[in-house]
Write a protein that binds this ligand. Sequence first.
Ligand code: GRF
Length: 226
Amino acid sequence: MADPARIAVLLSGTGSNLDAIVEHQKHTDAYRVTQVISDNPAAGGLMRAAARGIATTALPSLADMPRAAHDQAVQAVLLELDVDLVVLAGYMRILSAEFVRTFHGRMLNVHPSLLPRYRGLHTYRRALENGDLWHGTSVHFVTEELDGGPVIGQSRIPIHADDTETTLRARTQREEHRLYPLCVAAVSRGRIGVAGDARATLDGAPLDLPLDPAALANLEAPICPV
Ligand code: GRF
């Protein structure tokens, strides 16, 4: 891992998490976003990256292009750039097994639910329909199981009686913007890792529960000699 770690962000949409991750660079020397890649040439996130002077690549998936062929094109760019970590931030593609294996332990995703609840789409709607009292967001290592990899961090918020999908999404995304940069920093520093496909580790020991933003921020704090 380079110091700072070289990060590629993959996105398909707005890029608010990209913004949060790049903004956090003002507070950490653990990583630098060196490349943003999108399958959607019109993604707002590509424009946000370009406005910040970050290199961008659009790799649209052509009609009838097999998933593995598109992933190989993305993989070729990532290997050429020699990135340390791949950070998925609203990347709306299911990844091929080979791509996932290539970046095992080096690829993160943020998912808008308290995993293992609500893998997949429409998490806000499902939480509201079920009358849940809590929602939140999770950052996890990517494995071949969709939204099923070892969870690193979670941030939990109460669901209000008058919440709609829109209000719940807005509050959840605010939590993502706190949580995701801290997870990226902790993995970049090598404090957080992964044991197989099952468990995240903290300083080599299995993590029993996901870390919350306060615990993750502590990992960034300077260690006081005793
Ligand atoms: C995030 O809310 C994340 O949970 C989901 O995709 C969304 C991307 O949002 N995986 P943005 O493009 O970062 O604003």
